[in-house]
Design a binder for this molecule. Structure first.
Ligand SMILES: Nc1ncnc2c1ncn2[C@@H]1O[C@H](COP(=O)(O)OP(=O)(O)OP(=O)(O)O)[C@@H](O)[C@H]1O
Length: 280
């Protein structure tokens, strides 16, 4: 379980401080794949940094896997895996050697067997002896994921797991994350790709200006702002959108409009734009 209660985090000195997280509260049940979305500067990274004990909160409380981030960060560190955005693998070593060193440092029991297991989960078994500098971007991300899984974490944190990957490789990576989610592990991820959250997440939190503006399943979020959208192009060429709660309302709105229009089901992107006023 992850519990965040009235969490606050500000940077800088009094009078000139920036409030990055402003009274955030939510709970994530074990086994959930949770996605944190929000425009740039919304406070996602700061929230993840507090949850992974890299940053102290300025107020409120946060516990991960039953331990409080300020009182017992060491117990949290033992139970989480973190896949950072930046690639901090050793380029000159093979995939296997990277995992071996990490596993020895973290005293992983049955290390050799565990390395084979995690390489298989991320589908890198056949590349285990290749040096990392010959890996593609997607392979490096999968190796980072394998490394985070080595300690068998209860909660896995993924910060923008597929940033910079091309769409086909991204989809392959999604399959790997789905597999991990199906193991009953809790996954917390941030992403700028709305379709990634839609494809992977059981629960989605949308942050804006340090606050949680919505927290629900993808389906629940769509219900919240309207399950249908009427798109219309105005005479002066602007796109106008009307969010409608159901098809009947959409038909009724459309019947009162002139010009080119389409009626479609809403996407998570529509929800995001409506709630944050920003394009991701
Ligand atoms: N170390 C820091 N010192 C000062 N201000 C910071 C620091 N880290 C973040 N901030 C500020 O806190 C706010 C939230 O930043 P944060 O990185 O958490 O947002 P984000 O939602 O992760 O954004 P992005 O999507 O761009 O990564 C921003 O205004 C940012 O400039």
């Amino acid at each position: 379980m992850i519990e965040v209660s009235e969490l606050r985090k500000s940077y800088g000195e009094k009078g000139r401080s920036i409030i990055a997280v402003d009274g955030l509260s939510f709970r994530i049940r074990p086994g959930t794949v949770f996605g944190l979305l929000g425009p740039n500067g919304a406070g996602k990274t700061t929230t993840i940094r507090v949850m992974t004990t890299l940053s102290d909160p300025s107020g409120g409380a946060c516990s991960v896997a039953g331990f409080d981030v300020t009182r017992d960060p060491a117990s949290i560190k033992e139970r989480i895996g973190v896949v950072p955005q930046e690639n901090n693998l050793d380029r000159e070593l093979s995939a296997y050697e990277n995992l071996l060193i990490y596993g020895l440092l973290h005293r992983v029991a049955g290390l050799r067997k565990k390395i084979s297991e995690v390489l298989s989960v991320v589908e890198l078994d056949e590349s285990r002896e290749r040096v990392v500098q010959d890996f593609s971007g997607g392979m490096k991300r999968r190796l980072l994921l394998a490394r985070a899984l080595l300690t068998d974490p209860e909660v896995l944190f993924l910060d923008e797991p597929t940033i910079g990957l091309d769409p086909q490789i991204r989809r392959h990576f999604w399959n790997v994350i789905r597999k991990i989610g199906m193991d009953g592990r809790t996954v917390v991820m941030t992403t700028h790709y709305i379709e990634e959250a839609e494809a992977l997440c059981d629960m989605v939190g949308i942050m804006s200006k340090g606050k949680m503006v919505a927290f629900d399943t993808v389906k629940g979020l769509k219900k919240l702002v309207g399950e249908y959208v009427v798109d219309t192009i105005t005479e002066d060429g602007r796109l106008e959108q009307f969010m409608c709660c159901d098809r009947r309302e959409a038909d009724s709105v459309a019947s009162g409009l002139q010009g080119r229009l389409t009626i479609r089901r809403s996407s998570l992107e529509d929800v995001f734009v409506k709630l944050t006023g920003a394009r991701i």
